[in-house]
Design a protein around this ligand. Structure first.
Ligand code: IPD
Ligand code: CA
Ligand code: CA
Length: 265
């Protein structure tokens, strides 16, 4: 494993500290399931606390960088070109229901390009990290996207939209599902887009797509996939840029096939 840069060290420290807090809170969530109100408010507080922890740690390491954070939005730094893009708890619905699959996601963007990314899964104790031009790793092991080239051998992950007021969003998704179900070995919907991307980088999933994600969901994960030798585009196959409305991450052999299936819808 190459030596982790100072930026990666700062990011890992922040993600681990916030992740340890989340694990402590996750232990309480189960007991709150039975209460009439449920654990909703408790989970919102855990989410905010994790964001605060990440912010403090990153600020300690790099006081001049700005922030784009899910809960507190954008904060300008004195260095205008570097921004931390943070989702302090990705997989909130899992967390809320006591399902042990969630993470802390931290990316560093220079202008509009992600140059470093860390995704920490505190339940499985996996630190996924990547740095532009250096590679992608889980803990100390180098990552590589899967080599599968045939759709029928592939597992494809996605995220299903929820709480929809707009019928066309549901329809688009259902239309995308049909051919993927028919032509692949299966679909997974684990509930954390950041971990979905990390798993593509690790070759655990052969591909992932989702419509309507935010920058903080994907910023760290997209660098992991690219540094693991994969492609990250919009559904049309154009290079994914932060802020795009849809994302497709997969390997070279499956990319065109998946893009053709998904974009027709
Ligand atoms: C969500 C998760 C989920 C995806 C949603 C995201 P959150 O993020 O990444 O997998 O399907 O679109 O909003 O709310 O858990 O941070
Ligand atoms: Ca998220
Ligand atoms: Ca979140």
């Amino acid at each position: 494993m190459p030596r982790r840069s100072a930026n990666i060290n700062v990011m890992v420290r922040a993600a681990e500290k916030a992740g340890r807090g989340l694990i402590r809170d996750f232990g309480e969530v189960d007991q709150l399931q039975v209460s009439r109100k449920g654990p909703g408010d408790f989970v919102s507080a855990a989410d905010l606390k994790a964001e605060q922890t990440v912010k403090e740690e990153l600020k300690k390491g790099r006081p001049e960088f700005g922030f784009l954070m899910e809960e507190s939005g954008r904060t300008e730094g004195s260095d205008k070109s570097h921004t931390w893009i943070v989702d302090p708890l990705d997989g909130t619905t899992n967390f809320l229901h006591g399902l042990p699959h969630f993470c802390v996601s931290i990316a560093l963007a220079k202008d509009k390009e992600v140059i470093a990314g860390v995704i920490f899964d505190p339940v499985k104790d996996e630190v996924f990290w990547a740095e532009r031009g250096i590679g992608a790793f889980v803990n100390s092991r180098r990552l590589r996207v899967s080599g599968r080239r045939r759709l029928e051998d592939s597992i494809i992950a996605t995220g299903a939209p929820f709480n929809l007021h707009d019928e066309s969003i549901a329809e688009r998704f259902i239309e995308q599902l049909r051919p993927i179900m028919q032509q692949t070995s299966g679909i997974r919907r684990y509930g954390s887009a950041a971990l979905d991307l990390a798993y593509v980088a690790a070759g655990r999933y052969d591909g992932f797509w989702e419509n309507g994600l935010n920058q903080w969901d994907v910023a760290a994960g997209l660098l992991l996939v690219r540094e693991a030798g994969g492609f990250v585009t919009d559904l049309h196959g154009s290079r994914y840029e932060l802020g795009a409305d849809s994302i497709l991450a997969t390997n070279e052999g499956l990319h065109d096939k998946l893009s053709q299936i998904l974009v027709r819808k």
